[in-house]
Design a protein around this ligand. Structure first.
Ligand code: AMP
Ligand code: ZN
Length: 117
């Protein structure tokens, strides 16, 4: 499985950097964002190093489907489903991406405005 030793989220995935995990399986992990922008702010990442959603191909379909299914399950587990929540992925610096390892932001627990800034 592709890995980048200099990637922050690869290092979290490997357990080299601590994180507060809320889900872990063969394909994906989910952990709390270190700088939460909402009462519930969780990051979901594939274990495989993929730089962003722009790098995805059809071969990633099972993993991406699973990533969203886990996000929905985590939202239920965290009790934010009924009020509604947001799933976001930033692609590129201009969109706010700071860590070049594909991740979904799962955010909830407060009203969300639209469009995001
Ligand atoms: P993005 O800006 O979309 O690339 O999202 C990266 C996210 O990673 C930001 O929301 C950061 O707060 C978060 N983050 C950075 N370092 C850590 C860390 N060590 N543990 C958990 N989340 C982190
Ligand atoms: Zn990585």
């Amino acid at each position: 499985m592709a890995r980048d030793p200099d990637c922050l989220f690869c290092r979290i995935e490997a357990g080299e950097i601590p994180s507060t995990q809320v889900h872990s399986d063969d394909l994906v992990i989910a952990f709390r964002d270190i700088s939460p922008r909402a009462p519930t702010h969780i990051l979901l990442i594939p274990r495989e190093h993929i730089r962003s959603a722009a790098e995805l191909t059809d071969s990633h379909a099972p993993m991406v489907g699973h990533l969203f299914a886990v996000a929905a399950q985590v939202a239920r587990d965290q009790g934010i489903e009924d009020a509604g929540y947001r799933i976001v992925t930033n692609i590129g610096r201009g969109a706010g991406q700071t860590v070049d390892h594909l991740h979904l932001h799962l955010m909830g627990g407060r009203p969300m405005t639209w469009p995001p800034g």
